[in-house]
Design a protein around this ligand. Structure first.
Ligand SMILES: Cc1cc2nc3c(=O)[nH]c(=O)nc-3n(C[C@H](O)[C@H](O)[C@H](O)COP(=O)(O)OP(=O)(O)OC[C@H]3O[C@@H](n4cnc5c(N)ncnc54)[C@H](O)[C@@H]3O)c2cc1C
Length: 446
């Protein structure tokens, strides 16, 4: 094992031990080009890997991170192409603050330019329409064919037509805003148009869904906006298909019953949700009783499944075909060779969260680099998740958990204290949240 590889291993253990960290100074660039024809502003490692190609599909939290770290750790002989359908990434994380006026949507835009300028990742703007796992090629909508030695799929999620609503409804009058972008602005506009006495109804699908604390956070921020903007008598009704609050139960319970008492009406264990688009009535069953209410704003968060490229690859072999089964030592597909799936699209015991996507990307990058060097994956990976949840436009809660590989179950299991949540909701947490967010996004995109 050469010296550069040892350095990379040491760096991996630093990153995994500390979660999302800024690059340490030794990898911060000077202005030298490393001579491999790419515009890299520091010398990439010479790892012994030559002429290997990895294609990454999806430039979100997982895809951007794996592309960057494959180049950092794989070095100049590992060519990385990132295919992303959108010109820039809009962060879901913090997007609930757009609804409460605490942030602008444009503040959540992240470019992929640094991946090219700093690390030499080739970024292709396009949509994948076919994958040939036998020939190890994929095809873009414009007909371009890209060969790969390894393919990493990081497409995030797509949404079911559900509760009487279709994709066209989500794009127009009934935005879920669970993938940040134009729908986030539409929902913000609907909320600001609410008048005193109006009702906002949101629904939460049965787990697993993207960002376990996210819906409860959204309820709090919408309530905070309605309260602070002087709209009296408004209600935020939360219809949860789960039997109880799915994350930070202590602090969200406090937020619902104290901070936002009288505004948030939380109803767990709901089933049979149906939206009447014309009358704006939402019907549902709770505790065996059929109920209905009408609402000014209806924010359905639909059931989710892996992005379509996972289906194209034939890797949707978990959760009744919703998710991609993976070996969490490498995130290799359990269905298709030479394909890895990371982020929300994969089926693991870790939450579908941006911080976790960043961590999975690093474990996956390490495993691919090792494979190209003829080595086995790290047998004992460690990942962590930290998640801050704004409760108002100036206070927040948080949770954190460290996962370790369990050889018996072959899954990632919470270590030590398990999931730890903040002792209280505070403005200090809100300030630390911004540091956490900026650090995580820099580690993924900069
Ligand atoms: C409101 C909200 C708040 C959240 N808050 C937090 C939080 O506080 N902390 C946290 O850790 N997580 C949070 N999350 C969850 C987090 O955003 C996701 O877990 C994370 O984005 C998953 O990363 P990903 O890379 O799997 O998917 P994404 O980040 O969604 O990226 C997928 C990318 O793939 C691209 N793509 C898809 N299909 C194709 C294709 N065929 N061809 C090319 N490109 C394609 C998409 O355009 C997208 O850019 C939140 C989510 C929401 C909705």
């Amino acid at each position: 094992m050469n010296r550069e590889y040892l350095n990379r291993r040491h760096f991996l253990s630093l990153c995994l031990a500390g979660g999302a960290m800024l690059l340490p100074p030794l990898l911060r660039g000077d202005d030298d080009n490393n001579g491999d024809g790419s515009n890299v502003n520091f010398a990439l490692a010479q790892t012994g890997i030559t002429n290997r190609k990895v294609v990454v599909v999806g430039g979100g939290m997982a895809g951007a991170t794996v592309a960057k770290y494959l180049r950092l750790w794989g070095g100049s002989g590992l060519e990385v192409t990132l295919v992303e359908k959108d010109p820039a990434y809009v962060s879901n994380i913090m997007s609930n603050l757009v609804l409460s006026g605490g942030r602008t949507l444009s503040s959540l835009n992240y470019s992929h330019a640094s991946l090219t300028s700093k690390y030499g990742v080739q970024v292709r703007n396009g949509t994948v329409v076919a994958i040939d796992a036998q020939a190890r090629t994929l095809t873009l909508a414009d007909g371009t064919s890209l060969p790969y030695d390894r393919l990493v799929l990081a497409p995030g999620i797509r949404f079911d037509d559900a509760y009487g609503l279709t994709q066209a409804d989500y794009e127009s009058a009934f935005p879920h805003a669970w993938h940040a972008g134009p729908q986030t602005q539409t929902l913000r506009d609907q909320i600001t148009a609410m008048q005193s006495g109006d009702t906002f109804v949101m629904t939460i699908p049965a787990k697993p869904y993207r960002c376990p604390p996210g819906p409860y956070e959204r309820a709090c921020l919408v309530a905070d906006y309605l309260k602070t903007s002087g709209k009296s008598g408004c209600k935020v009704v939360v219809l949860d298909e789960n039997p109880a609050i799915q994350a930070e139960p202590h602090n969200f319970n406090l937020a619902f019953t104290q901070t936002h008492a009288g505004i948030i009406d939380y109803r767990p264990g709901v089933s049979g949700i149906k939206v009447d688009k014309t009358t704006r009535a939402v019907s549902f069953t709770q505790g065996g009783a059929q109920q209905a209410l009408t609402a000014k704003v209806i924010n359905v968060i639909p059931p989710q499944r892996a992005g379509t490229v996972v289906d194209l690859a034939g890797a949707n072999n978990s959760g009744g075909g919703r998710w991609a089964g993976v070996d969490v030592l490498s995130y290799a597909s359990t269905a298709v060779p030479n394909i890895h799936i990371i982020g929300d699209a994969s089926a693991t015991t870790q939450p579908k969260a941006g911080h976790v996507a960043n961590q999975e990307a690093k474990v996956c990058a390490d495993a691919i680099v090792r494979a190209f060097l003829g080595q086995q994956p790290d047998p004992a990976p460690v990942t962590n998740s930290a998640c801050y949840s704004p409760i108002t436009n100036s206070t927040a809660s948080w949770l954190t958990v460290v996962y370790q590989y369990d050889g018996n179950s072959k899954t990632m299991v919470p270590s030590g204290a398990g999931v730890v949540e903040a002792a209280s909701i505070s403005s200090k947490n809100f300030s630390q949240m911004n540091t956490w967010f900026n650090t995580l996004m820099a580690d993924s995109f900069a």
